[in-house]
Design a protein around this ligand. Structure first.
Ligand code: SF4
Length: 218
């Protein structure tokens, strides 16, 4: 039988796999291309996708479609930079289960580094949100002449991206802090892009006349 661990305390071979599968949190390891390399038993329990399905597949199968582009953009720039902006911070987000239902989870990301400290992928730890923490879909709606914006504060990670990209509309020193009323035809296009780039789905476009409390939203 192989030994448990190396001299510097790293689990070897099958012990590493057993440890991953014994963890009660879902642990996902992806490589530099975003392909799943580890998918522990708790992932199977939480998301429903089997190990056979997940391993070697682009991780976007578990990311709701509207968040995929932001994920790919963020992960590519993290790999180019050699670090994650959200390293170690727990974030609320949504994920897709195998049965097609999207669920709220809390996820913590860390850069996966080799012995030389080079980022070679990422490790994510996920757990379902407790009942108390699940947002009620009480999205607040902000109305403009051409575009309405809805906001779910439970999903916002406060990275300030929207404020930096479009201070005309997003200004946290003002009340209300979102003001789509200033968006004329030209600004409305930029507003759609800014909202579409929100990495957490906290911001969404609501077409004028659409209900603002869509349980499928987010
Ligand atoms: S871009 Fe989205 S997540 Fe970032 S601060 Fe704005 S609303 Fe929050």
């Amino acid at each position: 039988m192989t030994s448990w661990s190396t001299a510097d305390g790293v689990l070897t071979g099958e012990y590493a796999g057993w440890a991953l599968d014994s963890a009660t949190d879902a642990i996902i390891v992806i490589d530099e291309q975003g392909l799943v390399r580890a998918w522990n038993r708790a992932c199977v329990d939480l998301f429903g996708w089997s190990k056979e399905f997940a391993i070697g597949r682009d991780v976007d199968f578990m990311i709701p479609e509207k968040l995929r582009e932001a994920h790919h953009r963020g992960f590519s720039s993290a790999m180019a930079r050699g670090g994650l902006a959200s390293d170690g911070q727990a974030r609320r987000t949504k994920s897709l289960r195998e049965d097609g239902v999207s669920i709220y989870i809390e996820m913590t990301f860390a850069a996966l580094r080799n012995d030389e400290g080079v980022m070679i992928g990422a490790v994510a730890v996920a757990r379902p949100l407790s009942e108390r923490d699940i947002p009620t879909h009480g999205r607040k709606r902000y109305t403009g002449p051409l575009v309405d914006v809805t906001f779910d504060s439970a999903l916002c990670n406060h990275n300030g991206q929207c404020v930096r990209n479009m201070p005309e509309v997003f200004d946290t020193s003002r009340r209300p802090w979102i003001n789509p009323a200033v968006a004329d035809a030209e600004l409305a296009l930029r507003l759609r892009t800014t909202v579409g780039n929100c990495p957490t789905g906290a911001l969404q476009i609501a077409e004028v006349g659409a209900p603002d409390d869509d349980p499928a939203a987010g």
